[in-house]
Design a protein around this ligand. Structure first.
Ligand code: NAD
Ligand code: UDP
Length: 335
């Protein structure tokens, strides 16, 4: 199904001349991005299929007459006059993106293509939420942007990793062939309020398990590492990249270089929640990367960006968020 809008679909264009489409705006990161754009006076339309996104993440935005949303899958074409596009539409958690891997691939390839065609049609600047997963199970550590990665094209993570790599290629080609004004951020594991309790990623799993007094499920021996960025730092990085005085058309890593083993994360969350949960060990999923840490030299130099929120500080507000979520057992989970 193709969807066609005109400017009357925006409730108001008065607050800003910049009309911004946020694909995936009902998700964890997308909803924080919508907050920032609306605070700055932009007119925002969120386009989301609500597969992992939730109405709960958007409800506080409905009071803005510069905000609207539409239930739409980006795999289907869309026509909407816009000045800027952010493409965050894609399930990010392994259990969610592996639940329908063909649709994940379509979202990354056909969905990105649809949004790039829209950008070309309206000369809109377009931003892609890429991922550290383009580095796969990296042989270079930490990972700079010029590392080409070590990715399996034929496994359970491939729909996501190769889908995101293909999307980067499409962004490159639309820039070269049609002069589309692109920005690409490679996001490293980010956490914070508005993750779903059933998201399935490590920070939300461990916090929810700790708060419920359930076993903390470490996959493998827990010696694999990740670098965890708090959502506010990440969104600030998005903003600096999108609006930097000098356009950067190549991918930029945004993430927190603080690197922790998964076991350390589990122990820290148990300590911070005062939980009686035990740490238990489950099999390591196929192709789970051994290590992950961003080299953020480019972001520091070109954007003056570096994260400012340490893991303990970010975990504190994330734990408080999940405490509130779990205190409302009937809170909608689906949307
Ligand atoms: P999320 O699952 O909370 O949000 C994804 C949003 O996209 C949801 O609202 C979902 O309903 C929507 N969506 C999915 N497929 C869609 C489709 N075909 N059409 C329209 N909407 C669709 O995940 P998130 O953590 O907010 O991630 C946002 C983006 O950032 C994703 O593209 C993800 O790949 C990327 N990213 C996130 C992280 C992270 O650590 N959070 C790391 C790397 C990359
Ligand atoms: N992980 C874990 N227990 C969980 C969820 C995840 O030990 O309940 C591990 C997972 O195997 C990986 C790391 O934590 O090594 C980060 O997983 P996540 O799904 O958050 O992100 P990604 O693997 O995509 O980096």
């Amino acid at each position: 199904m193709s969807i066609v809008f005109n400017s009357s679909n925006f409730r108001s264009d008065r607050a800003s001349k910049r009309r911004v489409l946020v694909a995936g705006g009902a998700g964890f990161l997308g909803s924080h991005l919508c907050d920032l754009l609306l605070r700055e006076g932009r007119t925002v339309v969120c386009v989301d299929n609500f597969s992992t996104g939730r109405m709960e993440n958007l409800r506080h935005l409905l009071r803005f007459d510069t905000f609207s949303y539409v239930r739409h899958d980006i795999v289907d074409p869309i026509d909407l006059p816009v000045d800027e596009i952010y493409n965050l539409a894609c399930p990010a958690s392994p259990p969610h993106y592996q639940a329908d891997p063909i649709h994940t691939m379509k979202t990354n390839v056909i969905g990105s293509l649809n949004l790039l065609e829209l950008a070309a049609r309206y000369q809109a600047r377009i931003f892609q939420a890429s991922t550290s997963e383009v580095y796969g199970d990296p042989h270079v550590h930490p990972q700079p942007e010029n590392y080409w990665g070590n990715v399996n094209s034929f496994g359970p993570r491939s729909c996501y990793d190769e889908g995101k790599r293909s999307a980067e290629t499409l962004f490159y080609d639309f820039h070269k062939q049609h002069g589309v004004d692109i920005r690409i951020v490679r996001i490293f594991n980010t956490y914070g309020p508005r993750m779903r309790p059933d998201d399935g990623r490590v920070v939300s799993n461990f916090i929810v398990q700790a708060l419920k007094g359930e076993d903390i499920t470490v996959y493998g021996d827990g010696s694999q590492t990740r670098s965890f960025c708090y959502v506010d730092d990440l969104i600030e990085g998005f903003h600096r990249l999108m609006y930097s005085p000098r356009a950067i058309h190549t991918p930029v890593n945004i993430g927190n270089p603080g690197e922790f083993t998964v076991r350390e994360l589990a122990e820290q969350i148990v300590a911070m929640t005062g939980s009686s949960s035990k740490i238990v060990y489950h099999p390591l999923p196929t192709d789970d990367p051994r290590q992950r840490r961003p080299d953020i030299t480019l972001a520091e130099r070109e954007l003056g960006w570096a994260p400012s929120i340490a893991l303990t500080e970010g975990l504190k507000s994330t734990i408080a968020y999940f405490e509130r979520q779990l205190a409302r057992p009937n809170a909608e989970l689906a949307e």
